[in-house]
Design a binder for this molecule. Structure first.
Ligand code: MG
Length: 367
């Protein structure tokens, strides 16, 4: 399956809710999504996708993804797409960093590997664990009352796990956590995700004020060192996300006992190949995971479903069905949420295909 052509598509993904707001006053209304089609000499195409959470969440942005793919493409033409180790090595030698852009290529390679093997990607990643993957719903930052109302709505749709977007004013965030926890049953999960938005004194006030509540604290502060100080002064279960951007930070954080759970985003770490390495280390070290991506449409939701479904159930803290947050499809056959769960497809590869009827004409073609 030699790569003969790389087609790059750009598609805007508006939100069902109109706006997604999180810590430190950040928000996005339309996501800039890039879809990659790897055309091969076998006649099969592989599909990948990358969709940064705006240009100010991680060091990643839509036009950056397309520029990096342009830089990488001459190195990829002629490679066997199913040799994921070779493709990753070539990408890392050709371009330092830019893991999010490489993620879309790597995802498309896994799609082709599955098609060649005649197996779903989740079977190639270790096999399917359990019936379905439990999802969380992200609750965009609003007033405590509005967020509580959103939780009631999404609970009616079958979700049992909720991630509150906090990271704003500490007093308001305490009210957000208290108002929403009061609505939930004991077996429902609440995470307060500050997305790096608190200074240490803000975070200290919040964790003290919610010390008697069943709530997880996620990524309170900007740096790893700041977040570690908060980890050491609270007994609440603790999640690191933005700071765990690869295997080296994971090893450091494991050594420091810096978290109980990590948020593993496929594009943050450079694709499914590298995410699987981190996933397997987390399983060995007893760390549960939220398995997801920064954002995305049907192709990313499919990739999430395969990585998560091939992860032992005890280690699956939660995942995300991004294709239910946006108003347009990026592919046919994306996994659809059933109550609060998704499942990996049984078809070979990722189980999605796309075309110009959804994506429009490619914005770039490399051959
Ligand atoms: Mg997070």
């Amino acid at each position: 399956m030699k790569i003969t052509e790389i087609r790059v598509y750009q598609i805007d993904l508006p939100l069902v809710e109109g706006r997604y707001s999180w810590g430190d006053g950040k928000f996005v209304e339309v996501f800039d999504c890039t879809v990659v089609e790897l055309v091969t000499d076998s006649g099969s195409s592989g599909w990948g996708e990358v969709c940064p959470l705006g240009p100010f969440y991680l060091p990643a942005f839509g036009r950056g993804a397309r520029a990096a793919i342009a830089e990488l493409s001459p190195h990829l033409i002629g490679l066997d797409a199913t040799e994921t180790g070779v493709v990753n090595l070539v990408m890392d030698q050709a371009l330092l960093g830019h893991p999010y852009a490489k993620s879309a290529i790597d995802m498309a390679c896994w799609d082709l590997l599955g098609k060649r093997a005649g197996m779903p990607v989740c079977d190639l990643m270790g096999g399917r664990h359990g019936e379905a993957v439990a999802l969380y719903r992200a609750i965009s930052q609003e007033s405590p009352e509005a967020m509580a109302a959103k939780i009631a709505k999404y609970r009616d749709e079958g979700y049992t796990k909720f991630q509150l977007k906090v990271g704003g004013d500490a007093k308001d965030d305490i009210a957000r956590i208290k108002a929403t926890r009061a609505l939930l049953d004991r077996d429902e999960v609440l995470v307060a995700d500050a997305n790096t938005g608190w200074l240490m004194h803000d975070a200290a006030r919040v964790v003290d004020a919610v010390s008697d509540l069943d709530v997880y604290i996620e990524q309170p502060c900007k740096t790893y060192e700041e977040s570690l100080t908060i980890r050491r002064r609270t007994a609440r279960p603790f999640v690191l996300d933005e700071n765990i951007d690869g295997v080296h930070m994971l090893m450091r954080a494991l050594s420091d006992g810096a978290m109980d759970v990590i948020n593993l985003k496929i594009s943050k770490v450079g694709g499914l190949t590298k995410a699987m390495q981190i996933r397997d280390l987390c399983v060995s070290f007893g760390v549960a995971m939220t398995i997801e991506d920064s954002w995305g449409g049907d192709i990313i939701t499919a990739a999430i479903s395969h990585l998560a479904h091939s992860t032992p159930e005890r280690f699956r803290f939660s995942s995300t069905d991004f294709n239910s947050y946006v108003t347009v499809d990026t592919a046919h056959g994306g996994p659809k949420r059933q109550t609060g769960f998704i499942s990996a497809a049984n078809e070979p590869g990722l189980g999605v295909t796309s075309d110009v009827t959804l994506l429009g004409q490619p914005v770039a073609v490399y051959s």
